[in-house]
Design a protein around this ligand. Structure first.
Ligand SMILES: [Zn+2]
Length: 75
C-alpha cells in the first residue's frame, strides 16, 4: 500500500462530504486515476454514503417527533 493509498483512506470521509481542501482533493483524484483499489473503494463508499443520506431524509415517525419535542420541553 502506497502513502497515497493511506492518504485516500485517511481523508475519504471529508472527500465524500466535500469538506476536503482543494489541494487534497486534487491529490485524491490524481491517485484514483492510478490506483484501481482506491477507485473501487471510494466509489463503493460514495454509493453507500448517498444511500445513507437518502435514508436520513425519510421523515421521522410522528411518535418519535413527539417524544423528541417532549425531551426538549423538559430541558
Ligand atoms: Zn490507492
Amino acid at each position: 500500500m502506497s502513502p497515497d493509498c493511506l492518504f485516500v483512506i485517511k481523508h475519504y470521509n471529508d472527500y465524500i462530504s466535500n469538506e476536503l481542501e482543494p489541494n487534497k482533493i486534487e491529490r485524491v483524484e490524481n491517485h484514483l486515476k492510478k490506483c484501481p483499489n482506491c477507485e473501487v473503494f471510494l466509489r463503493q463508499t460514495k454509493a453507500l454514503h448517498s444511500k445513507t443520506i437518502s435514508l436520513l431524509r425519510i421523515p421521522a415517525p410522528s411518535t418519535l417527533k413527539k417524544s423528541i419535542s417532549t425531551l426538549f420541553e423538559k430541558s
